[in-house]
Write a protein that binds this ligand. Structure first.
Ligand SMILES: Cc1ncc(C[n+]2csc(CCOP(=O)(O)OP(=O)(O)O)c2C)c(N)n1
Length: 279
């Protein structure tokens, strides 16, 4: 079980990541706020607690790999890589601009990125390939693939799921950021997938269901995934789209949105207050 101090440390980092997302999207520009904020605790737990990833040695062959299959929410990954010192803070202002260095989806030119993603459905296939190659080399490294719940409608995911179980890839962990909204509405209204956990189980995966904002649960699930042998694990994380910003929560209106000056200030104030409560 994760210790309380460690849980609070990661929860505070999650607040910092959310604040970075808000700052990088800024006022009057457009960015994927909702699905970035739903992922904050998971990204913080992976990058700042569980992954074997040294930013000073980021190409080390034994490093764990983070693949953001729902690549449109890359602001949360940029935030983590900035906090780790891999992306200069001044680059954040250039998000999605022609002159800027940070694209709207993960690109290999950005330090710390492991794959180009953004066309939904492809990340798990990349992860299967990486996990197979790492095992072939007797590497202890693990591969983490973060997907969206809307993304679960992509057929390629299920081909990769079959392959992951077929090859017994216990060095592979899938994470579904189940915030229940996608770009234009609720996932259940657009393409409902009943019994998502049962489907992953039927495809041969070890399935863990958690609250994706409960840092202790996230840390424990990641430990359980690492300890599970002979099958890959998927963590279905129940989250809130836009988590931490009251007006952006549980709505697709802030899937990819711009902020007014007042909204920008309110978002940062709410996140700062949440962090203050964790001191
Ligand atoms: C193959 C493909 N089809 C459509 C899109 C456009 N698109 C971008 S985000 C998105 C919704 C994704 O929803 P979800 O996976 O639930 O992500 P989240 O809610 O966490 O942002 C869609 C359809 C895409 N990027 N790739």
């Amino acid at each position: 079980m994760a210790k309380l101090e460690e849980i609070r440390r990661i929860a505070r980092i999650a607040c910092d990541l959310r604040a970075d997302v808000v700052k990088m999207i800024g006022v009057g520009k457009v960015g994927h706020i909702g699905g970035s904020c739903s992922l904050a605790e998971i990204a913080a737990a992976l990058y700042f607690a569980k992954m074997n990833f040294d930013p000073k040695d980021r190409t080390n062959k034994y490093r764990d790999r983070f693949l953001l299959s729902k690549g449109h929410t890359v602001p949360i990954q940029y935030a983590a890589l900035t906090e780790l010192g891999l992306i200069p803070r001044e680059d954040l202002g250039g998000l999605k601009t022609l002159a800027g260095k940070l694209q709207g989806h993960p690109d290999m030119k950005t330090p710390g990125m492991e794959a180009v993603t953004g066309s939904l459905g492809q990340g798990l296939s990349v992860g299967v390939g990486m996990a197979l190659a790492l095992r072939h080399k007797n590497s202890p490294a693990r591969v983490y693939v973060v997907m969206g719940d809307g993304e679960q409608a992509e057929g390629q995911i299920w081909e990769a799921a079959m392959a992951g179980a077929r090859y017994k890839l216990d060095n592979l962990t899938g994470i579904v950021d189940r915030n229940r909204f996608q770009a234009s509405g609720a996932t259940k209204d657009i393409f409902d997938i009943p019994d998502l956990e049962g489907k992953w189980r039927a495809f041969g995966w070890n399935v863990l269901s958690i609250d994706g904002h409960d840092v202790g649960a996230v840390l424990d699930a990641l430990d359980q995934a690492s300890a599970t042998k002979g099958v890959p694990t998927v963590i279905v994380a129940e989250t809130v789209k836009g988590k931490g910003i009251s007006f952006a929560e549980n709505t697709s209106a802030f899937h990819n949105a711009s902020l007014t000056q007042a909204q920008y200030e309110q978002a940062l104030a709410e996140i700062a207050e949440a962090k203050r409560k964790l001191q």
